[in-house]
Design a protein around this ligand. Structure first.
Ligand SMILES: Cc1cc2nc3c(=O)[nH]c(=O)nc-3n(C[C@H](O)[C@H](O)[C@H](O)COP(=O)(O)O)c2cc1C
Length: 326
């Protein structure tokens, strides 16, 4: 029973290691996402009983401080900040996180050894995002409190190994003892149930939460995600940092460059600066970089974040009570 929670009925308390670690009601986590998850989205999810995460990767240090302060004014429940460890001003971000007494930090895209102990000495719970069982073990050895294992279906930056969530979760489960959060391709309560059956103790959803009114993403991007069909995303820029994108004109330029053996420098030049902001925040659906996951093909509406939490949780509970009734 080490990894299991007990489900009684919809409204009664559910407890497992993740809900206890974070002090939340439901083991549903809204991913930290550049140009999408500011304080409005994170506070809506935390207020609904999940864990909301501010995505610091697209914020200048003072924007991050503003977002944390706003969140604290609108929400008294636990929340987290995601910090991609490649961020150039990372020392400033971490100083703000400590000054503002952020309770939980999700680090990603870097070495978990670099910041974990420093943050933990300040009483902060630390979670790191990985895409392989080997790296999950490194995180455990570095002393993180929990791991997010993110499969190849996921939106945004992705593992080079291209391991799907279905294969990744059991293999990470077997490699670590600390709590495990599944990410990549999860958008429904049934998918959550599948992940929990494979040994995850919570789910982290990114793409699903892009399609909420509270996400700071541009409306045109949200609508394009709702329109997306199966096969409309692809992994690109593997030579730089692999990233799953909606197939638009910019993606096609990248794909053509890659198939004609463009060098890393040429790809870097094509990517340029601020492409992600141009697409996801400013709404240029042609030339912008549009990060989104395969699960976009089953997202059919822009739905308030609290309703997403409720809907996923209720479907999870119903599925747990009768898994084969479809
Ligand atoms: C628009 C977008 C931006 C993202 N930005 C980040 C980020 O800044 N840091 C990070 O660790 N992961 C980022 N991700 C990945 C998410 O944190 C999450 O793990 C992923 O979205 C899960 O897969 P899903 O999209 O299938 O739900 C991003 C994902 C999306 C869709």
């Amino acid at each position: 029973m080490l990894y299991q929670g007990t489900i009684t009925n919809h409204n009664e308390a559910f407890q497992n290691r993740i809900t206890q670690l974070f002090g939340i009601q439901y083991p549903i986590i809204q991913a930290g996402m550049i140009w999408a998850s500011g304080w409005k989205l994170a506070s809506a999810v935390s207020n609904a009983g999940g864990l909301g995460i501010i995505g610091a990767g697209s914020m200048y240090p003072e924007d991050l401080r503003h977002n944390i302060q706003q969140l604290k004014q609108h929400c008294s429940k636990p929340f987290a900040v995601n910090v991609p460890l490649l961020y150039p001003d990372i020392d400033k971000h971490m100083a703000i996180i400590i000054e503002e007494k952020v309770p939980i930090v999700f680090t990603s895209a870097g070495n978990p050894k670099t910041w974990t102990q420093h943050l933990k000495q300040q009483g902060i719970t630390v979670v790191h995002v990985v895409s392989s069982a080997k790296f999950a073990k490194k995180c455990e050895d570095a002393g993180v409190d929990a791991v997010v294992a993110e499969g190849f279906e996921a939106g945004g930056h992705n593992g080079r190994e291209e391991t799907t969530t279905l294969c990744l979760i059991p293999s990470v489960r077997a490699s670590i003892k600390i709590p495990l959060i599944a990410a990549g391709g999860i958008g429904t309560g049934r998918a959550m149930y599948a992940m929990m059956a494979l040994g995850a103790e919570a789910v982290q959803m990114g793409s699903r939460f892009v399609c909420t009114p509270e996400a700071s993403s541009h409306q045109a991007f949200k609508e394009a995600v709702v329109q997306a069909q199966e096969g409309d995303t692809a992994l690109a820029l593997k030579q730089l940092t692999p990233v799953r994108l909606l197939k638009n004109s910019f993606y096609k330029q990248v794909a053509e460059a890659e198939s004609s053996c463009a060098t890393i420098d040429q790809l870097q030049e094509l990517l340029g600066r601020a492409r992600a902001k141009l697409g996801m925040y400013e709404g240029d659906m042609t030339e912008g970089e549009l990060e989104i996951g395969q699960v976009s093909s089953i997202i059919k509406a822009i739905t308030p974040a609290a309703d997403v939490v409720d809907e996923v949780w209720n479907e999870f509970v119903q599925t747990a009570q009768n898994p084969f009734a479809y």
